[in-house]
Write a protein that binds this ligand. Structure first.
Ligand code: ADP
Ligand code: MG
Length: 262
């Protein structure tokens, strides 16, 4: 098993109010999988990705990455895991605008202590893998959005991570550039990279081999029914008397003008 989340909960403290954002998430991803996680804005997708990517710790629950309990690791071990096991792709690229494509891609190698000559060679090869072998000296301002995202993918894979995590990787791109990104993901997956991709676009999710849905911090099936390991307790249909989910006093009340987008 590549990674396993067991009963993960994440609660943010906003003032004195506890805001539950992830509620009892359990999921397993096997080596070589290509998983899409879909859900509307505000449903907890980025929070979930940050936990899978060891950028944030859950409030409760267990996270096993290649069998190792991540919760037990200290900060420096966590950043080691991020550096060597996980590649990140974000909606907004996060490239350094004054650096060339090649230097952007080489950056994780610098942190990993790879020597300069080797860094440059590995970065060039990674750019070739995303079809940008002829753009190594270009800066982000001299590249299109789709090309910038390909640079970001090259940076994500330059360390040969086991897992590629992508949060809305095509969210800022036109359809054609988005399709090119999906072709690259397809190829990387065929080469053995495990991919977990977050998106709210069905056409993008359709490229994955498996799709999970998240609603209001819970994993649900395509019809919106909660996915649980245990059999449902009684009738959970809307308005039911015996609903196992109590009305929580901690449920946040949206303030006027707040972007809830639920
Ligand atoms: P998505 O990526 O699906 O749009 P997020 O995971 O970004 O959703 O956010 C889910 C919910 O958690 C939102 O209601 C958001 O306001 C809340 N949230 C996210 N990060 C924080 C934080 N650092 N502090 C408090 N609330 C947060
Ligand atoms: Mg998000």
């Amino acid at each position: 098993m590549m990674l396993e989340l067991r009963n993960i909960c994440k609660t943010y403290l906003q003032g004195r109010m506890e805001v539950p954002v992830l509620k009892d998430i359990s999921l397993s991803v096997e080596e070589g999988e290509y998983l899409a996680i879909m859900g509307p804005s505000g449903s907890g997708k980025t929070t979930l990705m940050n936990i899978i990517g060891c950028l944030d710790a859950p409030t409760s629950g267990a996270y096993l990455l290649e069998g190792e309990d991540i919760a037990g690791l200290g900060d420096s071990k966590m950043s080691d895991v991020r550096l060597h096991s996980i590649g990140f792709v974000f909606q907004s690229f996060y490239l350094l605008s004054r650096q060339s494509a090649q230097d952007n891609v080489a950056l994780p190698l610098l942190y990993a202590g790879v020597r300069r000559r080797e860094r440059q060679e590995m970065a060039r090869q990674a750019l070739e893998r995303v079809g940008l072998g002829d753009r190594t000296g270009f800066k982000p301002t001299q590249l299109s959005g789709g090309q910038c995202q390909r640079v970001a993918i090259a940076r994500a894979i330059v360390n040969s991570p086991k897992i590629l995590l992508a949060d809305e990787p095509t969210g800022a791109l036109d359809t054609k550039s988005g399709e090119q990104i999906m072709e690259i993901f397809q190829r990387l997956n065929e080469e053995g990279v495990t991919i977990v991709m977050i998106t709210h676009e069905p056409e993008i999710a359709a490229h994955a081999k498996r799709t999970l849905h998240i609603r209001d911090g819970r994993l649900v099936d395509a019809q919106g029914k909660p996915l649980t390991d245990s059999p449902p307790e009684g009738d959970v249909s809307e308005g039911s008397f015996g609903s196992p989910i109590p009305t929580e006093v901690t449920t946040p009340v949206p303030l006027p003008g707040q972007d809830t987008a639920l």
